[in-house]
Ligand binder design. Structure first.
Ligand code: ATP
Ligand code: MG
Length: 393
C-alpha cells in the first residue's frame, strides 16, 4: 500500500508533464497547420483575384449586341444579331426573366450571354433591327449597277439633300419595292443605300409583323414609322413584304389581323412625305402576289428588280467574296463565272466559302482553282436536290 502510494505520488508529476508536453506539441502542430491554412487561403484569395481579373478581361472585348426575338424557356432564348443571324443562347439564372425585344450583349466568339443592356428608346419597337449606319458599301456589290444608279437618284440624293429637292418641287417616289429571286442582293442593296445616305436602317420582316398578337402588328408599324422619323434620315426596310401584302383573300381564316397590319402600313405611308427624311423600301420574291393597293402611286410606286447576275457581275462577285482569302495564283474568275450560269450572288458566296473549307479540310494554306471548281459542283448538286425535293413534295 505504501509502495503503491509513493509510486503514485512520484508518477503524477511525470504524467502531468508528459501530458503538458504532448499538449504543447499538439498546439504547435495545430499552429503550423493553421499557418499552412492561412497561407493556402491567401494563395486562394490571390487566385480568386486573378480569376476575377481574367473574367473581367474576358468579358471586356467589344460585345455583339442582339435582340431577344423569342423566349423558348427560362434558360433559353432566341436572339437576333445586327447582321440578321439568329442564335439560340443559354441564359444564366442571374439574368432573371427576359422579354422579347430586350437587348443582350454576347461574347463575339462564344456567343455566350454577358448581360442585359438598359432598354433604349429603340427597343420600344419590338424585334426590329436598327442599325445606325450599315457597314455594307456599294463596292461590296457585284453587278446591279443600273439598280444602284436608280436608287442613288430616288433615295440617296433626296435623303442627303432634302432642301434641294424641296426647292425644285419634285415629288420623289415614296416607297421602293425590290423584287427578285432569293439571294440576288435585295437586302444587301437596301443596306448599302442606307450606308451611302448616312441613314439609320430600320428593318423588319413581314413575317414578324404577322406573327404577332391582335393589334400588335399594326402597333409595330406605327412605332417603326415613329422611330424612323426620330432617327432621320432613315430607311425603313420591310423584308418579305408578301407576308403582309399578299392580295387580300377572304377565304383564308385569321387573315383579318394581317389586313389590319397592312391597313396601318398603308395609312402610315400616306401620312408621311419624303421631306421628313424617311424612305420606305421593301423586298419580296413574290411580286405576283402583292396586293395592288400596295403598288398604287404614293405607296410602293417604284419597282426595281434584282436580276440574277450576268457573267461580268458574277466575276465581280467572285472577286468580292474571295478578296479576304489566301488565294493560289492562277485563279481564273472569268472561267468560274462562265461555269456558274443562273447562280445568284448568295450561291457564289456559298461557292467561295465551300472552296475555302475544302482547302482547310485538305490542310492547304492557299485556296486553289480546283477548290473553287469543287465548290461549284457542290452548290450545283445541292440546288438540284432542293429542286427535286420541291418537285416531289
Ligand atoms: N450582287 C451581289 N454582290 C455581292 N454579294 C452578293 C450579291 N448578291 C448577293 N450577294 C451575297 O449573298 C448574300 C445574300 O444576299 P441578300 O441577303 O441581299 O439576298 P436577298 O435578295 O435579300 O435574298 P432573300 O430574298 O433570300 O432575302 C449577301 O450576304 C451577299 O453576301
Ligand atoms: Mg433578303
Amino acid at each position: 500500500m505504501d509502495l503503491f502510494d509513493s509510486k503514485k505520488k512520484f508518477s503524477e508529476p511525470i504524467e502531468m508533464s508528459d501530458y503538458l508536453f504532448s499538449l504543447e506539441r499538439q498546439l504547435e502542430g495545430e499552429k503550423t497547420e493553421k499557418n499552412v491554412y492561412v497561407a493556402r487561403v491567401t494563395q486562394l484569395e490571390l487566385e480568386v483575384q486573378q480569376l476575377k481579373k481574367q473574367l473581367e478581361e474576358l468579358t471586356k472585348p467589344a460585345f455583339l449586341v442582339a435582340v431577344v426575338t423569342e423566349l423558348i424557356n427560362e434558360s433559353q432564348v432566341i436572339v437576333k444579331s445586327a447582321n440578321g443571324l439568329e442564335f439560340l443562347v443559354e441564359l444564366r439564372p442571374e439574368l432573371g426573366l427576359l422579354e422579347v425585344g430586350e437587348r443582350l450583349t454576347l461574347n463575339q466568339r462564344t456567343l455566350s450571354v454577358i448581360g442585359k443592356l438598359p432598354s433604349a428608346k429603340d427597343m420600344h419597337v419590338h424585334s426590329m433591327e436598327v442599325i445606325e449606319k450599315p457597314k455594307i458599301t456599294f463596292e461590296q456589290i457585284g453587278g446591279l449597277t443600273d439598280e444602284i444608279r436608280e436608287l442613288e437618284e430616288i433615295v440617296i440624293l433626296p435623303l442627303l439633300y432634302p432642301e434641294k429637292f424641296d426647292a425644285l418641287g419634285i415629288e420623289m417616289p415614296k416607297g421602293i419595292l425590290l423584287h427578285g429571286a432569293p439571294g440576288t442582293g435585295k437586302t444587301l442593296l437596301a443596306k448599302a443605300v442606307a450606308n451611302k445616305a448616312n441613314a439609320t436602317f430600320i428593318s423588319l420582316t413581314g413575317s414578324q409583323l404577322v406573327k404577332k398578337f391582335i393589334g400588335e402588328g399594326a402597333r409595330m408599324v406605327r412605332e417603326m414609322f415613329a422611330l424612323a422619323s426620330q432617327k432621320k434620315p432613315s430607311i425603313i426596310f420591310i423584308d418579305e413584304l408578301d407576308a403582309v401584302g399578299a392580295a387580300r383573300n377572304d377565304s383564308i381564316n385569321g387573315d383579318r389581323e394581317v389586313q389590319r397590319t397592312l391597313m396601318q402600313l398603308l395609312a402610315e405611308m400616306d401620312g408621311f412625305t419624303e421631306k421628313n427624311g424617311v424612305c420606305v423600301m421593301a423586298a419580296t420574291n413574290r411580286l405576283d402576289i402583292i396586293d395592288s393597293a400596295l403598288l398604287r402611286p404614293g405607296r410602293f410606286d417604284r419597282i426595281i428588280e434584282t436580276p440574277y447576275p450576268n457573267e461580268k457581275a458574277r466575276t465581280k462577285i467572285f472577286e468580292i467574296h474571295s478578296k479576304k482569302m489566301n488565294l493560289n495564283t492562277g485563279i481564273d474568275f472569268t472561267e468560274l463565272s462562265a461555269k456558274t450560269e443562273f447562280f445568284s450572288g448568295a450561291d457564289i458566296k456559298a461557292v467561295c466559302i465551300e472552296a475555302a473549307l475544302t482547302s482547310l479540310r485538305e490542310n492547304k494554306e492557299k485556296v486553289s482553282m480546283n477548290d473553287f471548281l469543287k465548290g461549284i459542283k457542290k452548290i450545283k448538286k445541292e440546288e438540284k436536290n432542293e429542286n427535286e425535293t420541291k418537285m416531289f413534295s
